[in-house]
Design a protein around this ligand. Sequence first.
Ligand SMILES: [Zn+2]
Ligand SMILES: [Zn+2]
Length: 380
Amino acid sequence: MKKTITFIAAALICTGISAQTKEQAKENPDLFRAIRDLSRTEIIIPDIDGYKAVKTDLHVHTFFSDGDCSPEYRVKEGWRDGLDAMAITDHIEYRPSDSKMQTYLGVKKKNDKPDLNTSVKLAENAAASYGLLIIPGIEITRNPREVGHFNALFTTDNNKIHDDDPLIAIRNAKAQESVIQFNHPGWARNDANFTEPAKQALAEGLIDGIETFNGEEFYPQHIEDALNNHCYIAGNSDIHATIHDFYLRSGYFRNMTIVFAEECTLPAIKEALLAQRTIAYGCGTLSGSREMLGKLFLASIDIKKIYVNENGDGNILITNKSSFPYLLNGPSTSVNILLPPFSSIKVGFKKNQELKYTISNMFYGVNKNPEISLPLTDSL
Ligand SMILES: [Zn+2]
Ligand SMILES: [Zn+2]
């Protein structure tokens, strides 16, 4: 029998208290090892309209451009973070580590041009055993003030995209039937408006999606821009360091583009993106169309009357069955109420009162939060 010693320790992150168990090694009775947590976080998001909620991150860097981590680490990290699919999108034009990495891996010889497909291929190889889907991609990376950055997703050959003219580069990517995403519209700029080349690309129908969340940044003006221009709304990590450094220590999941797709396959995800069936998640906030946000919220909760007095007034229990927190502002309160994941709150109601709540951490435009009437049946 293995001897087990259990220590209860105050954990620094998230859960408050955790049990850490150490086990005696089979090969050495003097050696005790801590049991590692190798689990994946399951993020529970309800399906909408019969479409599966596919959790994706459409913007990820590795050390083949300027990220800190290998493609293999990104795969393990993405799987553990609960993603279903992840795009690898290293920069084309900014690759301080590329030469070192490709030389180290023996895939680059002196004076070779870098193979811009390498990080995608390494991620695909690693991801197969995790059941994580890799979306091949690349980031077209130009001066942020004058041009901006664009992700090409579902690329077939990243080596055939570059051109000095950014519009030609975008057209080259489009020729591979790629999906083009305008990234972090206000990063390193004084506003978040479309740059001239981005406007031109949009007018040509080359832009398919816009990031409303990128890392810690939020661009609410682009929610309506995206919807008005038939672009999907994205929320991505654009991770360069580790997800743990950036998100988990702050108590958040990594940013995600939730894609409502028929299934978790590359063609189905692409179809859903082009049909704008997405909701973006960024550091506790959600953005999307008013309609989709409303459907997500209602599918995430259960409502039950728990008490009615002789006047017909009473209390209801709102239960959040999803992994996202919601901030509710409603008739019974003047401040936001937090409805944490997998929790219930009790709120009061008056007889015949419409229970309309503003969901303050959901945005369908600048300062636009959906107002949702809770369906209340008469029975307890
Ligand atoms: Zn960028
Ligand atoms: Zn990036």
